[in-house]
Write a protein that binds this ligand. Structure first.
Ligand code: SAH
Length: 291
């Protein structure tokens, strides 16, 4: 169907809305390659975010045990429903992904249990609406216990940030969060011409395999992310200044200096130089009373 996206849109008189990040994939090969990257089998339940008119949904449905297709735009639901008619394993949720509780609304017993389907793996596959890429990714990383893998089309620059290592301009809160929860891998790049309408940016398909255990030992996850956010909050400042100016901690500058010294971390470094391990050591040295 995906090579007929344009015809289908004509038939259903679909006008795309730029503000909803509606850039539909028209290249069948790309759709197949994305779905291939998720290594889907019949034991899998797949959540698709932003199903659109279902060009990728049908490809997923032909391989997975169960598909939950989430789409915000009510105008697309008719076309989506027709497109997935050949499959009896797709459930459509017409709602805003950011308003859904993944556990309660998406992975609920109703979705998984009623058909007697108990998934071996839960995967997220999506050509994401780019205007809310980070909130969607963070939502799945933070909320969705039981999810094994995410295969996502994102803006190329966002993929760069997700895989970035310490030291460069791409390394930031998103890099640390993604690499704390998962092991990210770039799969391939997709030029604007593969979509209608073509987006203004280049795209990359990225795969995040969710870590069974975080790569570092963190005593208090909230504290860890507070330290990370503080360190990157003022990127041009030294680590010491960024931490003490952040307003997140009740510690005076001297005390923070001492903590950094004890860990052998130079106070003159910038936050972007710290590895995830160093962020973990640092946050483990702060206590709740310090906040
Ligand atoms: N899967 C289709 C469409 C991708 S475009 C394809 O690959 O061709 C992104 C889709 O996300 C659009 O259909 C858009 O309507 C939908 N979308 C945008 N914001 C959303 C939100 N908050 N929740 C769910 N879907 C959303």
């Amino acid at each position: 169907m995906s090579n007929n996206v344009k015809e289908f849109m004509k038939k259903y008189n679909i006008r795309l809305t730029k503000s909803l990040g509606q850039n539909f994939l028209i290249d069948n090969n790309i759709v197949r390659k994305i779905v291939d990257s998720a290594q889907i089998s019949e034991g899998d339940m797949v959540i698709e975010v932003g199903a659109g008119i279902g060009n990728m949904t049908s490809e997923i449905a032909s391989r997975a045990g169960k598909v939950i297709a989430i789409e915000i735009d009510r105008r697309l639901i008719g076309a989506l429903t027709e497109n997935i008619k050949p499959f009896n394993n797709v459930q459509i949720i017409n709602n805003d992904i950011l308003k859904l509780d993944i556990k309660r609304d998406v992975l609920s017993a109703e979705n998984t249990g009623s058909g007697g389907f108990v998934p071996e793996n839960i995967k997220v596959v999506a050509n994401l609406p780019y205007y809310i890429t980070t909130p969607i990714i963070m939502k799945f990383l933070e909320e969705a216990e039981g999810i094994n893998m995410l295969v996502l089309m994102v803006q190329k620059e966002v993929a760069d940030r997700m895989v970035a290592k310490p030291g460069g301009k791409d390394y930031g809160v998103l890099s640390v969060a993604v690499q704390y929860y998962s092991t990210p891998e770039r799969i391939f790049d997709v030029p604007p011409g593969c979509f209608v309408p073509p987006p203004d940016v280049h795209s990359t398909v990225i795969r995040l395999r969710i870590n069974k255990e975080p790569p570092v030992k963190v005593d208090d996850k909230e504290m860890f992310f507070k330290v990370v956010k503080a360190a990157f909050g003022q990127r041009r400042k030294t680590l010491l200044n960024a931490l003490s100016n952040s307003g997140y901690f009740n510690l005076d500058k001297e005390k923070i200096k001492q903590i950094l010294n004890n860990l052998g971390i130079s106070e003159n470094l910038r936050g972007e130089a710290l590895s995830i391990t160093q962020f973990a050591l640092l946050s483990n040295s702060f206590t709740r009373e310090d906040c």
